[in-house]
Design a protein around this ligand. Structure first.
Ligand code: SDX
Length: 444
């Protein structure tokens, strides 16, 4: 054992800068990933590093999720996501991410009871939905209402211990369903349906979305299983754009609700969580005969077209996204029972087949990601397209909370504040307006 430990002792990196040579410590993670610790770099050399998009930059140490992009591995607190297909519930996976261990029956029952107890919104919040136009994007409402939620729970602004965080997490994870459902109902001009205390997490969400005052929606078991797994597969993904946003906002001392509201905004982007909507739009355009799959792939390879094969490619996965593989298999298995033979699934399969044998995608290691199949599945469940990214946010919420809390309780955590390389005008003087000459306005 000591030999193995000795081998794992981090060595140093040697940096030569002009005449200067400096040793920088290496950090080694529990899965053998290595990082050069550059915290002393600027003080010792006057230089910063430059890494737009942070593709080579670690922002933190984290024990929540491990991804090996080359091997297509994704584990939550060490458990491979493939193992959650055997009957795990989104609620217990949320607790695993939040607390670090799978819950005991008593812990699970307590959290489930809290999720049931906290499902209602303060009546004062309901009227806020009315202030949005019916056409308002549900992601805009979701972000606004999560922020609004913090106004009704000032006691949860300062979270100092794990129990307070568990309580806040239960409120957020429970109420995010109600907010999402009410946003959907508002967009359709339908009356709000209150949560049903006798329903579990997924059936209660769909009940609030699809029941009518005169007729209760009954969640088919297949739909419940599919949506439960979709939420699990979206629950965390280490330092993705929205989770990094939650951490950055939280690093300023902003409360948990506000930090998660910021995460919703980041997730909304079409290159991130909004891609599942873009994928469906892409499949619909092909299905309506506007363009063939072959032509679409040709466009996606042509930089000038500004078209991308949505649902393909990933900053970290340079192999299959394991979630895409699982969602593709679930779609294959469930769609015939849920929605007959969906032509969009066939088109998705055809696009995948074309792209995976095309050198453009092979050379760039572009494979289907989590968004490629999720939209087809959500559509089969009856979720409207403009709610796809909202469902992604519901799934990702436990991951955001876990990261916010991990950062807040890490000793020495500092406010996030990246540096830059300035390329603007050098020092010059102010000139009174009558002494200025016409120049190009608003240069880029
Ligand atoms: C998610 O980070 C996460 O973990 C995110 C996520 C999570 O769970 O939180 O996994 C969820 O956001 C999944 C990604 C969903 N987005 C999409 O499906 C949108 C389509 N994909 C791309 O826009 C792109 O692949 C990204 C945004 C996902 C990744 O972008 P990168 O890492 O910045 O890669 P890049 O844009 O630098 O592309 C590298 C090359 C470029 O070509 P070259 O300049 O080298 O010639 O690959 C090309 C790109 O043009 N490329 C694509 C492409 N994705 C990359 N070309 C066509 N179609 C694509 N989809």
């Amino acid at each position: 054992m000591s030999d193995t430990t000795a081998e794992m002792t981090p060595a140093n990196a040697l940096l030569t800068l002009g005449e200067k040579q400096l040793e920088l410590p290496l950090l080694v993670g529990s899965e053998g990933e290595r990082a050069i610790d550059i915290q002393s770099l600027r003080a010792r050399t006057g230089c910063i590093t430059f890494d737009p998009g942070y593709g080579n930059t670690g922002s933190c140490e984290s024990a929540i999720t491990f991804i090996d992009g080359e091997q297509g591995i994704l584990r939550y607190r060490g458990i491979p996501i493939e193992q959650f297909e055997n009957g795990a519930s989104f609620t217990e996976v949320a607790l695993l991410l939040l607390c670090g261990e799978l819950p005991s029956q008593a812990e699970y029952d307590l959290f489930s009871a809290d999720l049931t107890r906290f499902a209602n919104l303060d009546e004062g919040m309901k009227h806020q939905f009315e202030g949005f136009p019916r056409s308002a994007p549900p992601m805009a409402i979701l972000s606004a209402m999560i922020n609004s939620l913090s106004c009704f729970h000032p006691e949860l602004h300062a979270l100092d211990d794990a129990e307070q965080v568990r309580q806040a997490a239960a409120r957020l994870i429970s109420k995010v369903r109600t907010i999402a459902a009410y946003a959907f109902r508002h967009s359709r001009g339908l009356p709000y349906i209150y949560p049903d205390q006798n329903l579990r997490y997924v059936p209660n969400l769909l009940h609030m979305m699809f029941s009518q005052p005169y007729q209760q929606y009954v969640c088919p078991q297949l739909v419940r299983e599919a949506l439960n797994l979709i939420l699990i597969l979206h629950a965390d993904h280490e330092q993705n754009c929205s989770t990094s946003t939650v951490r950055l906002v939280g690093s300023s001392g902003a409360n948990l609700f506000t930090s998660c509201a910021a995460g919703v905004c980041a997730l909304w982007g079409p290159l991130h969580g909004g891609a599942n909507v873009e994928v469906l739009d892409m499949l619909e355009r092909i299905h309506q005969g506007h363009i063939s799959p072959e032509e679409y792939v040709r466009l996606a390879k042509n930089k000038d077209s500004k078209v991308r094969l949505m649902g393909f490619g990933h900053r970290v996965y340079k192999n299959f996204d394991p979630r895409a593989r699982m969602l593709g298999a679930i779609a294959e298995r469930l769609l015939p029972q849920l929605a007959g033979n969906d032509p969009l699934l066939e088109i998705a399969r055809r696009l995948e087949e074309i792209a995976l044998s095309d050198s453009y995608f092979i050379e760039r290691k572009l494979y289907p990601n989590v968004d490629f199949y999720s939209g087809v599945l959500l559509r089969a469940i009856g979720i409207p397209t403009n709610m796809f990214t909202v469902v992604f946010a519901i799934g990702r919420l436990p991951g955001w909370i876990a990261h916010w809390w991990e950062q807040n309780r890490t000793p020495g955590s500092r406010i996030g504040r990246p540096r830059q390389i300035y390329t603007g005008a050098q020092e010059r003087d102010y000139r009174p307006i009558d002494q200025r000459i016409e120049s190009k306005r608003m240069t880029s």
